[in-house]
Design a protein around this ligand. Structure first.
Ligand code: DC
Length: 227
């Protein structure tokens, strides 16, 4: 039995997982880890260095040189790739278009899961992703599986992207990218996105952020007393 509390939040792309995870971590004073940012940062490295994803040795060599770090008490999920702050760059369409292929790679997944498990060894934390409740922390005390109407998800993501200067992406492109990622996430061979049997489903199509936070915090509270 683990003595620290782990909250796993999995679900589809742009479901508001990280918004909820950040708010929950902040309200509980837990560490927040955005596992998607790790796959995105690896993707950025592969793109920059033209790493051949089909070449196992090239992937292993690249993974050996990649160092990822989070600011553990920063609820904005700032991530550094070999010391460089890449939080903004990993959210662009270039990385978004390539990340599914990279995150489906077995060696990439093994390396990331190992790092993630290390982060959850002793401290209370909230981690969001696709395989957190199934593969990374099957023994997490609380697991959520988030979902929302695909149109609503695309609109939310589009608004986020459109707010950034110089972004010319259309709503249709965002919708397509999400559909593609849902398909890739749920059908890949290596730890596909599936709901863990003991995960609580949270469909936030018609929920405010506060309602989601209250709902999630309500499920974690009983464990705080035991910790
Ligand atoms: O949550 P996100 O959209 O930032 O994730 C980026 C990509 O990484 C997404 O296509 C799925 C993948 N991912 C994953 O395979 N496993 C995780 N634990 C987190 C993200």
């Amino acid at each position: 039995m683990r003595s620290n509390i782990v909250v796993a939040i999995d679900g589809y792309s742009s479901c508001g997982k990280s918004t909820l995870a950040k708010a929950l971590a902040k309200s509980l004073n837990f560490i927040y880890v955005d596992s998607g940012a790790m796959y995105r940062a690896v993707t950025l490295y592969f793109l920059r260095n033209h790493t051949d994803i089909s070449n196992e040795q090239a992937v292993a060599a690249a993974l050996d040189t990649i160092e990822l770090n989070f600011n553990a008490r920063d609820y904005e999920s700032h991530i550094t790739l070999n010391g460089e702050e890449v939080s903004e760059e990993i959210r662009g369409m270039l990385v978004s278009d390539a990340v599914s292929e990279v995150s489906a790679n077995k060696w990439v997944r093994h390396a990331m899961v190992k790092q993630q498990q290390r982060m959850g060894q002793s401290k209370n934390l909230v981690m969001d992703g696709r395989d957190i409740g199934t593969t990374v922390f099957p023994d997490a005390q609380v697991k959520f599986f988030m979902t929302a109407d695909p149109k609503i998800r695309a609109e939310r993501r589009y608004r986020e992207l459109a707010a950034k200067p110089g972004n010319l992406v259309t709503l249709e492109e965002v919708f397509e990218n999400l559909a593609h990622r849902d398909y890739a996430d749920t059908t890949r061979k290596e730890s596909p996105l599936i709901r863990a049997d003991d995960a609580i489903v949270l469909d936030n199509t018609d929920m405010t952020q506060q309602e989601q936070l209250d709902f999630a915090a309500g499920h974690v509270k009983p464990f705080l007393k035991q910790a």
